[in-house]
Design a protein around this ligand. Structure first.
Ligand SMILES: *Cc1c(COP(=O)(O)O)cnc(C)c1O
Length: 414
């Protein structure tokens, strides 16, 4: 008798791994023994090449000292931006790898704000989005005098665009994993006379993106989730070529100056995407990310998408009967509207269930209220990994392991 979860056999998933065109990437990642990592949507795994790359930069710092800035450190934001561009459908010179998402949203809000038609006084953010996007929009509104409002979750966007200058939206919602249509939504917003800043935190490296093709003018995203740049890796910012000469961005620091080393008293923005820099960046952080982006250059994004959807479907299928028996709600969107995650709701035992899974080496994460999130990073997960994770999940539910008091203690980072 072969082992089976809700009718899915271990033999069948092993067969899928045999056929998987992306299977060879797994060996390029340094994953600990005994860990089934379903949290690549929060912090991507470490590419094997990262360690040597960081060591090389440490040696460069030791041996070359300040000369290192002229040996690739200083131009890293644009060089890495150009490596990242194909992953998001941008052209050479349209992407800067810099700062974090929060700061990059602020910069773009200010940049767009000063070019807006005078009668447009509002900034709209998305209810239910990752909170920092709303927080920074509110902070921007306090200093600019703009009005801030939230689009209700599942609210009608067109009905909320009167008087709006800028909208901040996520392509994939961090909780539900729901995917928006960038092309149609950008057109709708632009037709109403507003601009949109797309947040690609949960889509860059998770699915194919064509920013140019979709007519998008502004976007931000992070590189430590699906792009495996490492904890605190610098984020990215995209500005379409046609709108790169629109004045100042509000965090007008020396690295974004037209001639940073002229040390002029007055600010003058650089003529290209480097205008969106602020101040000195961490050469070490760029090094780890560059090692990852070199690997990404080999990835077929359509194959990635196919595998991502096949894995999230497999996980759901292996669990379906068991989730139902335990009253856990599967709120994962249909495949045509799904990012690269499975979202399950159990407001009573969700937190403890995730902790019990982590104790078994199955790492997912928990977000209030009641959400268990499982991300599928196709480069380093196999179909068998997904099956084994589901096997543990079923065992945790069946045994009631989550009731153990050790799984109810809260850490600072969940
Ligand atoms: C992860 C994430 C962020 C993180 O912002 P940082 O400023 O880089 O810490 C922002 N927005 C969304 C939608 C995210 O998922």
């Amino acid at each position: 008798m072969s082992l089976s979860l809700n009718g899915v056999t271990l033999a069948s998933v092993r067969e899928r791994d045999q056929q998987d065109p992306l299977a060879h990437f797994k060996q390029r990642f340094a994953l600990p023994e005994g860990v089934l990592y379903l949290d690549g949507n929060s912090l991507g795994a470490q590419p094997m090449a990262a360690k040597q790359a960081v060591t090389n930069t440490l040696d460069q710092w030791r041996d070359e000292l300040i000369k290192g800035w002229n040996q690739g450190w200083f131009d890293a934001p644009e060089r890495l931006g150009n490596l990242l561009a194909p992953i998001i459908g941008a052209r050479h010179g349209e992407v800067s790898v810099t700062d974090n998402i929060t700061l990059n949203i602020f910069k773009l809000l200010g940049y767009i704000w000063q070019q807006r038609p005078a009668e447009r006084q509002a900034v709209l953010s998305e209810g239910g989005n990752f909170p920092t996007d709303g927080y920074i929009a509110q902070g921007f509104c306090r200093v600019s005098g703009a009005e801030h409002s939230f689009l209700p979750e599942d609210g009608d966007l067109a009905a909320h665009l009167d008087g709006v200058a800028v909208v901040v939206l996520s392509q994939v919602n961090y909780r539900t994993g729901k995917l928006r249509d960038i092309a149609a939504t950008t057109k709708l917003i632009n037709d109403h006379g507003a601009e949109v800043i797309w947040d690609l935190a949960h889509s860059a490296g998770a699915l194919p993106i064509d920013l140019n093709g979709a007519g998008a003018r502004y976007a931000v995203g992070c590189t430590y989730k699906y792009l495996n740049g490492g904890p605190g890796a610098p984020a990215f910012l995209y500005v379409h070529k046609d709108v790169q000469d629109g004045g100042w961005q509000p965090l007008s620091g020396w690295h974004g100056h037209a001639s940073p080393f002229a040390f002029d008293a007055d600010y003058a923005p650089a003529g290209d995407i480097s205008r969106f820099r602020t101040g000195t960046h961490s050469a070490l952080a760029y090094t780890a990310l560059e090692a990852s982006l070199s690997l990404w250059a080999e990835v077929d994004m359509q194959a990635l998408r196919d595998k991502s959807l096949a894995m999230s479907e497999l996980f759901r299928e292996c669990l379906a009967d068991s989730l139902e028996a335990h009253g856990i709600k599967d709120m994962t969107p249909a495949t045509s509207e799904r990012g690269s995650q499975v979202s399950l709701i159990d407001s009573q035992h969700g937190y403890a269930t995730v902790q019990a899974l982590i104790a078994r080496g199955v790492i997912g994460d928990y977000r209030e209220p009641g959400l268990m999130r499982f991300g599928f990073a196709p480069l380093y997960l196999s179909f068998e990994d997904v099956w084994q994770a589901a096997h543990h999940f079923r065992a945790v539910l069946k045994s009631g392991e989550y009731q153990n008091s050790q799984f109810h203690v809260r850490s600072a980072v969940t």
